[in-house]
Design a protein around this ligand. Structure first.
Ligand SMILES: [Zn+2]
Length: 206
């Protein structure tokens, strides 16, 4: 049973979100990159998807198979989930294009992170090819030998590389924008339609 990459997905997706959010704010004046972090574990729903659907009375088959680990680890699932999320968040005040892009980045980041660690594990490019792919750039060996040696939630090497990346983007964004960017990751600001800039200054007395 695979329980790998538990903490790593959060750290890598967090780093990517801060970077993507910085670009979004620079070019569009708003930042909904929290969606990337919210989607960090979405593909792994295929571990429990069949169980959830069964418990409410459904069985869904993909190519004659029930949902199993790997079913959502491809670009077809990426597109379907991103469109669903964009429709779900639109009535709550998030622009359709924003949630579509950030959900696709978040979902895609998970697939990329899995590919970084595991050799030829999933059919990432399905339906274009059924070939099982993997980059295996980070030296972890096969999925069987992935070892979550850091309190059972992460592999120390993979986690350390992610934490360094996270630290770098935090420093870069703080140098560019000051510390105010943190506000975009506070849940109270997720569904605000306005950019939120300037409100902090106005509240200050004097
Ligand atoms: Zn996964």
């Amino acid at each position: 049973m695979v329980s790998g990459m538990l903490a790593e997905h959060l750290v890598y997706s967090g780093a990517l979100a801060i970077l993507a959010g910085m670009l979004s704010f620079r070019f569009a004046g708003r930042d909904s990159s929290w969606i990337i972090i919210a989607c960090a574990y979405l593909p792994d729903l295929d571990k429990i998807g069949d169980w959830i659907l069964n418990s409410i009375g459904f069985t869904v088959l993909f190519e004659g198979h029930t949902i199993h680990h790997g079913t959502f680890h491809n670009i077809a699932a990426l597109v379907i989930f991103s469109v669903m999320i964009a429709f779900l968040l639109h009535p709550l005040g998030i622009r359709f294009a924003d949630s579509l892009i950030f959900a696709a980045i978040g979902f895609g980041a998970h697939l990329f992170e899995d590919a970084l660690v595991y050799p030829s594990n999933y059919m990432y490019l399905w339906p274009f090819t059924r070939e099982k792919l993997g980059l295996d750039w980070l030296p972890m060996g096969g999925e069987e030998s992935y070892h979550a040696d850091f309190f059972h939630i992460a592999n120390t090497e993979v986690l350390l590389i992610g934490l360094i990346l996270l630290l770098i983007v935090i420093v870069v964004r703080t140098r560019v924008e000051g510390s105010g960017w943190v506000r975009w990751y506070l849940p109270g600001n997720f569904f605000r339609r306005e950019t939120g800039t300037g409100s902090e200054e106005e509240k200050r007395p004097g």
